[in-house]
Design a protein around this ligand. Structure first.
Ligand SMILES: *Cc1c(COP(=O)(O)O)cnc(C)c1O
Length: 437
């Protein structure tokens, strides 16, 4: 892997999709009739993987909520993979299931400090957690109508599509935050039951909906309330940032991702329910996994803790990580990223050739060169491997560059070069445009 990484520019491969495809084709058949042996296969393909990857451990890899995993979690993942417990029945995962249950109880307490009986289940991420949020609502009220902000993640409408419920009604935002008065208006216009999905840490800007006010509106209308806190939820670990999530404990359910602020290898999703009883909707019997007589004899019934069957022990590495760092340690890492985002935003404000969209809430910074084609600048940097930057289209339909800072050990200084590179790329783009025309 070191050889492979050394063979490319940081943070990503150069040459774009064609160059990467050519490197893979040159490696030879991936499914040969006669194998090359473990050592050669591992060595060749790991080198290829490292050479052609974008590396989130490089500060210049900052497009998405794509974190550099902590070494402790990667090591825990190896241990778990070697023993390969499967979380769908106790006889495949005796201690792993008990560890998962204790870990989930602790996270449930973090989300719901005052609830009588909260619970958490492990998911593959925000997409599955949002699906569960809508699924539990539909199991309570078959005619439920999803409602979400204009700022909601695409997985919310996809969940509605999968579940066969109507597409979400979309509530207007102020900036990128759902407006409580607009939600009130939408709920007033509905006859039937509703599930409202708010966002704590939007994908475009990292902003957090006014959760307490939205919860109040939901309660007034008897609507269920789910918070997609896939990005921002773990800020609960930081006393300084926790006030941003004020009202989260009012939600009936919450989506949290530890493969973002949590620094786990993918996947590491969590779904919290304020009332454990709501999760009974997931119960299912399969004689070979949870026969009634086994359950009556005291074997824990695990099958109803997921919509999956075979399931990786992802809670193991999450538990190892949180035991290693404590919530305080994890909270500090999150604070560092948010602090760096503030400093990078200030550097952009001072930069004569760059424009800042607005001050960051979490660790997302939107900016753009004052001139040049923003979308093309992003692609030029990606193709050269010099910087991996995201994009966001913001009202009134303008494209911005997005830095999603998830590197807890990078400082603002690590991003200054990248800012200059966007300016250089924008200038080159303008010059080329002038030559072409
Ligand atoms: C990341 C994210 C999702 C999707 O989660 P996955 O873990 O990619 O499935 C949904 N909503 C928000 C707000 C997110 O940040």
């Amino acid at each position: 892997m070191a050889t492979g990484s050394a063979g490319r520019a940081a943070p990503g491969p150069s040459g774009g999709p064609a160059a990467v495809a050519a490197a893979v084709a040159a490696a030879g058949p991936l499914v040969p009739a006669r194998g090359v042996g473990a050592e050669q296969a591992l060595s060749e393909l790991s080198t290829l993987l490292a050479a052609g990857s974008v590396d989130p451990a490089e500060p210049g890899c900052a497009a998405h909520l794509h974190c550099p995993p902590l070494a402790v979690s990667v090591a825990a993942d190896v241990a778990a993979s070697a023993l390969n417990p499967s979380m769908d029945s106790w006889d495949q995962a005796p201690v792993a299931s008990e560890l998962e249950s204790a870990f989930c109880a602790a996270i449930a307490r973090l989300c719901y400090p005052a609830a009588a009986a909260p619970d958490v289940v492990v998911t593959t991420g925000g997409t599955e957690s949002n699906l569960l949020g809508l699924l539990l609502a539909r199991e309570k009220e078959p005619a439920v109508r999803p409602v979400c902000g204009r700022n909601a993640h695409h997985s919310v409408s996809r969940a509605a599509w999968l579940l066969g419920v109507p597409a979400p009604l979309v509530v207007d935002c102020e900036g990128e935050r759902m407006r409580p008065d607009a939600l009130d208006g939408v709920l007033r216009g509905l006859d039937g039951p509703a599930i409202v999905v708010a966002t704590a840490g939007t994908t475009n800007t990292g902003e957090i909906d006014p959760l307490r006010q939205l919860a109040r509106v939901c309660r007034a209308h008897g609507a269920r309330f789910h918070v997609d806190a896939a990005y921002g939820g773990l800020a609960l670990c930081s006393p300084a940032l926790r006030p941003l999530l004020d009202g989260l404990e009012e939600a009936d359910s919450v989506a949290l991702d530890m493969h973002k602020f949590g620094w786990q290898p993918i996947s590491a999703g969590l779904f919290a329910a304020r009332e454990a009883a709501d999760l009974r909707a997931l119960s299912v019997s399969a004689e070979y996994l949870n026969a009634d007589d086994d359950t009556e004899a005291g074997l824990p019934d695990l099958l109803g803790r997921s919509i999956r069957t075979s399931r990786r022990p992802d809670a193991f590495r999450m538990a190892v990580t949180l035991r290693a760092l404590g919530t305080e340690g994890l909270g500090e890492l999150i604070e560092r990223c948010c602090h760096t985002a503030q400093e990078v935003a200030s550097a952009i404000e001072r930069h004569p050739s760059l424009e800042l969209w607005g001050r960051p809430t979490l660790s997302t910074v939107l900016f753009r060169p004052r001139s040049g084609d923003v979308a093309r600048v992003r692609r030029v940097l990606l193709e050269s491997g010099a910087a991996i930057i995201g994009r966001a289209t913001m009202p009134p339909g303008e494209i911005w560059l997005k830095l999603t800072l998830l590197h807890p050990h990078a400082t603002a200084a690590d991003y200054l070069g990248l800012l200059d590179e966007t300016v250089t790329a924008a200038r080159a783009d303008l010059t080329e445009g002038a030559v072409a025309s």
